[in-house]
Design a protein around this ligand. Structure first.
Ligand code: UDP
Length: 491
């Protein structure tokens, strides 16, 4: 029996990590405010022995304050039970992908709410076979792009076809109807077939194939070829719909009470006021995502690049005392949190090279959670040095800002390649083979290319970025492709 749309109640299970929680909250808001689903319950999962990060608290408080849907906090997920507390981020993510679906099933079995729809993050679709017995419509939401979803849905086939490691393949890896993947760009979860993460990812992809549909944070004009390939049934028979860009609204400009502590509102205003004093499209914004910490050497090369580019800048910087890395991923934006390797007061630290100190008067450095969307939306921003995390890409696209891609791990290498070779709104800077690090002079040249109004190639890239902004707006207009696709959730 079909359920009338007005009676639907969706349960939404996101994956932890800011790059997943932010778009999942935004998806929930849109489903409710656009009256696609009248009632929704969002399941937030803290990580045991780790306080919710400051950034997580900010976005959750903001959602609680808006009061559009219920947020249920599950029992904390213990990621240290099987491995030691210093285990790698990959080990912890593998445990998370396995344990979170089980925790969700256990939570909902104790509740006397009757969901009519289940939505889970694509990366934890192991939950879908576990709730199949409820006989409800089930959906997956991927906060990444369609190309990664195509790779995911094709991975069970690749697993049988390819014998060794994908990264050792000589030829690019084909996915029917899609751009092939260079082995060196391979998604991190598929780089080591002996790692548990590999099996967990295949489990998630097999689970996703049970969904009534998969919703992806992209839009048709951005990935037409891949979306057509996904629609043709050659990769999987599960329908895949683009519903992006799913990004946050920027903070309100009025001095109304902020969901964030007043220091954050003050910091935002200070940055915006500084940006107001700069010329249009003259400032470069640097951010390598929510969890990446930069080594002293990397800070030096970035500072050199900013100095060589001669542009003003806003730099969201998480410095690391020990080494660069993404171990901070699950405690993102928590400069005083569980990790001891992050410096909270850059000015007092002598970790910073001369190059860093030399450029201080040309810009602003933010060492905790930056109001990224407010910055990207500002007319003074002319370019974005980004790690190409998919949320950052969608935000940049929505703001019409061209990208200098500095991919580091996960899906970022694929994203950067796609932006440069298919989308056309980015340049990419590669690490030097001798040092395995991006060099300041190369990065400086790339920044100049997209910022310099006389650079012919840069002009084409900037124009494309502006065109994409309009296409993204149209996708989310009332009759736009993404808006219409999202309505299919309630069926
Ligand atoms: N972000 C932010 N302030 C920061 C760092 C990140 O608001 O200081 C937001 C950013 O706008 C994006 C998300 O955090 O929405 C990061 O997601 P993305 O997929 O770009 O990268 P990840 O952090 O998952 O690597």
């Amino acid at each position: 029996m079909a359920i009338s749309r007005t009676h639907h109640h969706a349960f939404l299970l996101p994956s932890p990590g800011m790059g997943h929680i932010i778009p999942a909250l935004e998806l929930a808001k849109r489903l409710v405010t656009h009256k696609i689903i009248p009632k929704l319950t969002f399941f937030y999962t803290p990580i045991a022995n780790s306080n919710p990060s400051k950034a997580e608290t900010l976005v959750l408080h903001s959602a609680i304050k808006e009061n559009l849907f219920d947020i249920i906090q599950q029992h904390p997920l213990d990621l240290t039970s099987e491995v030691d507390p210093d285990a790698s981020a990959e080990d912890k993510i593998a445990i998370l992908m396995h344990e979170l679906p089980l925790l969700f099933v256990s939570t909902i079995s104790t509740m006397n709410l009757n969901p009519t729809i289940i939505i889970t993050d694509f990366f934890i679709c192991q939950a879908l076979p576990l709730v199949q017995n409820l006989n409800l419509p089930m959906f997956a939401f991927s906060p990444t792009n369609a190309w990664l979803v195509a790779l995911g849905l094709h991975t069970p086939t690749l697993d049988k076809q390819i014998q060794g490691e994908y990264v050792d393949e000589i030829e690019p890896i084909s996915i029917p109807g899609c751009k092939p993947i260079y082995p060196k760009d391979m998604f991190d979860m598929l780089k080591d077939r002996t790692h548990r993460l590999y099996r967990e990812f295949i489990g998630a992809c097999e689970g996703a194939a049970l969904a009534n549909a998969i919703f992806v944070n992209t839009f048709h004009e951005l990935e037409p070829k891949t979306l057509e390939a996904l629609g043709s049934g050659g990769i999987s028979t599960v329908p895949v719909y683009p519903v992006g860009p799913i990004i946050r609204e920027p903070s309100p400009r009025s001095p109304s009470p902020s969901p964030s502590p007043s220091s954050d509102e003050g910091k935002r205003s200070e940055i915006v006021e500084w940006l107001n004093r700069q010329e249009e499209e003259s400032v470069v914004f640097v951010s390598l995502g929510s969890g990446y910490t930069m080594s002293g050497e990397e800070i030096k090369e970035m500072a050199l690049a900013l100095e060589l580019s001669e542009n003003k800048f806003v730099w969201s910087l998480r410095p690391s005392v020990n080494k660069a890395g993404h171990d901070h991923y699950l405690t993102a934006g928590d400069e005083t949190g569980s990790t001891t390797s992050t410096v909270s007061n850059v000015e007092k630290s002598d970790l910073f090279p001369d190059e860093y100190h030399r450029i201080q008067r040309n810009g602003i450095v933010i060492t905790d959670w930056a109001p990224q969307l407010d910055i990207l939306k500002h007319p003074s921003i002319g370019g974005f040095v980004s790690h190409c995390g998919w949320n950052s890409v969608m935000e940049s696209v929505s703001c019409g800002v061209p990208i200098v891609g500095l991919p580091i791990f996960a899906d970022q290498m694929m994203n950067a390649t796609m932006l440069v070779e298919e989308v056309g709104n980015a340049v990419r800077v590669k690490a030097s083979p001798s040092t395995n690090m991006v060099q300041g002079d190369e990065l400086g040249k790339a920044i100049r290319k997209i910022m310099n109004k006389d650079d012919k190639e840069g002009c084409v890239i900037r124009e494309r970025a502006k065109q994409l902004k309009h296409l993204a707006e149209r996708a989310w207009s009332h009759d736009g492709s993404s808006y219409s696709a999202l309505s299919k959730i309630a069926l």
